[in-house]
Design a binder for this molecule. Sequence first.
Ligand SMILES: CC(=O)[C@@H](O)[C@H](O)COP(=O)(O)O
Ligand SMILES: NCC(=O)COP(=O)(O)O
Length: 239
Amino acid sequence: MTKLSVNINKIATLRNARGANNPNVVQVAKDCERFGAQGITVHPRPDERHIRHQDVFDLAEVVTTEFNIEGYPDKRFLDLVKKVKPAQATLVPDPPDALTSNTGWDTITHQHLLRDVVAELQSEGIRVSIFINPEVKYFEPAKQTGTDRVELYTEPYAANYHQKREQAVKPYVEVSNLAKEIGLGLNAGHDLDLHNLQFLKKSIPFLDEVSIGHALICDALYYGLENTIQMYRRKLDTE
Ligand SMILES: CC(=O)[C@@H](O)[C@H](O)COP(=O)(O)O
Ligand SMILES: NCC(=O)COP(=O)(O)O
């Protein structure tokens, strides 16, 4: 089964637009779970432009599925994650001013940093995933960091899906088979949506989890949050 983790960053973006507490990210997380989300993902960025550190503490009190916190592993992020102890931390190489995530780790150059961080978080009982591009050369070095999983950066797949989906998914299938062979769990995310999700799942049936935010929240404007989560779940329901 591939789990659907709903990324609620955009709910916080909307809340922050007015300064009060509407929409309430804690209530939305609870509702996402009630509507079928199998995990909740947040990516607290250093400028707190959407998810704030306090949100992460508040969410940790209520999330009953799988809480996944994404971010660059600086001291502030690591302190937060170690206090909250989510089910999973996803390490992303974003600089502080990144508009959004736009690449995975160079696991060769940053192997020592990643190895230390992975060990530090695992010693707190937190599963670790490393955000990664679909390039074979990064997988064995990723494995050597001791990480439990990798998360495939799917923006290039999403960007090319409508032109030639077989070609767009090919590097992902290749690295996923490699990940399976060397014993890495497999997540995927970024720009997945109702059009491209099912083909990814069919091409890589053993995906452990996808985290989806931007498109899912946009779709919810039209279909409603409950319907939308169920629509995404059905796209993953191909077994
Ligand atoms: C790692 C990843 O792909 C997601 O965190 C994505 O970047 C969402 O972050 P934003 O909502 O800040 O764009
Ligand atoms: N890890 C990817 C994620 O959480 C959501 O990315 P997106 O769907 O907002 O592009």
